[in-house]
Design a protein around this ligand. Structure first.
Ligand SMILES: C[S@@+](CC[C@H](N)C(=O)[O-])C[C@H]1O[C@@H](n2cnc3c(N)ncnc32)[C@H](O)[C@@H]1O
Length: 146
């Protein structure tokens, strides 16, 4: 099952005849799935958008918390969630990880090209990925997304 806020992006998925169902939805409103439905979650270049307040009513901490709590409950015990994202700064990463931990996730963060001074400085185009393990509460091998 895939979810995106943009009908145009879902149309691209339909054009490419992806397997599975597609849901039009805002991650910040929460994941509209029954508890324990999934064994895993993968998100590419989307999570950082929850750090923006696009409307007056938007509170990034609340939206992130809603997203993570509902995602957590939709995952079966022992599931993993992997996110690749492009944070604007270290405050965004801190906010994301804090809200994820509050929602029950544990895990860690990895950066691709760890020896790159660009990535270390957290410039906008550095690519970060992190995973949370809902069951083992431990670190897993590095997972990179480009
Ligand atoms: C850079 S694109 C990545 C799309 C896709 N994951 C991929 O790898 O091709 C970011 C996507 O995040 C979606 N997005 C942004 N804010 C969102 C939100 N609040 N809820 C759900 N999707 C969102 C955008 O519509 C866009 O399709």
């Amino acid at each position: 099952v895939g979810i995106d806020i943009s009908p145009a992006m879902l149309d691209v998925a339909l054009d490419r005849e992806v397997e599975g169902d597609l849901v039009l939805g805002d991650m910040g409103h929460g994941m509209p799935f029954r508890a324990g439905t999934f064994d895993g979650c993968i998100s590419i270049s989307a999570l950082q958008w929850l750090c923006n307040a696009d409307k007056k009513s938007h509170s990034p901490p609340k939206r992130l918390f809603t997203f993570f709590t509902t995602l957590y409950s939709s995952l079966a015990r022992g599931s993993r969630a992997v996110f690749q994202l492009y944070p604007e700064n270290s405050e965004q990463l801190e906010l994301i990880t804090t809200q994820a931990m509050k929602a029950g996730f544990s895990g860690g963060m990895v950066v691709d090209y760890p020896n790159s001074s660009k990535a270390k400085k957290l410039v906008p185009d550095s690519s970060w990925g992190f995973y949370f393990d809902t069951f083992c509460h431990s670190w897993v091998p590095l997972i990179f997304f480009d």
